[in-house]
Design a protein around this ligand. Structure first.
Ligand SMILES: [Fe+2]
Length: 140
């Protein structure tokens, strides 16, 4: 589909930290999308790909920390999903590092589709529990 990822209210969880982190992920992915579309070279793509990997790991560990804290019933399967996406971001980053830029757009397309599906179908499952434990959610 080769489209940038646009924030939409259907992605909102109403958990402030989570929505902020998801918006940050969208921002980094869009930076990458623009860079790839504008045929930027490896040295320009590499730091953005690294930022995406680091922020993905930060965000997933934030979610997972709260899954354990709140004994979320779908923790195991959700963590499997997170590992898959992290692996794909690593592959993406490796391809860029090896200057295989022709695969960048299809991979980015995969990451975008995965992320929106994950937010809508999987993240939404923890929302009632997180809202119920609102006072215990860490502020960053
Ligand atoms: Fe998640």
């Amino acid at each position: 589909m080769n489209q940038a990822i646009e924030w939409n209210e259907k992605y909102e969880t109403n958990i402030e930290t989570i929505d902020q982190q998801h918006k940050n992920l969208f921002r980094i992915i869009n930076n990458l999308f623009d860079a790839v579309r504008n045929h930027k070279n490896r040295s320009e793509l590499t730091p953005i790909a690294r930022e995406l990997l680091e922020y993905t790991e930060y965000h997933f560990s934030y979610e997972e920390k709260h899954f354990h804290l709140f004994s979320f019933s779908k923790t195991a399967e959700h963590e499997v999903d997170h590992r898959l996406f992290t692996q794909k971001v690593k592959e993406f980053s490796d391809e860029i590092a090896q200057d295989k830029l022709s695969s960048a757009m299809p991979m980015l397309d995969f990451l975008i589709n995965w992320l929106v599906d994950h937010i809508i179908l999987k993240d939404k499952r923890y929302v009632p529990l997180f809202l119920q434990k609102k006072q215990e959610i860490e502020a960053k």
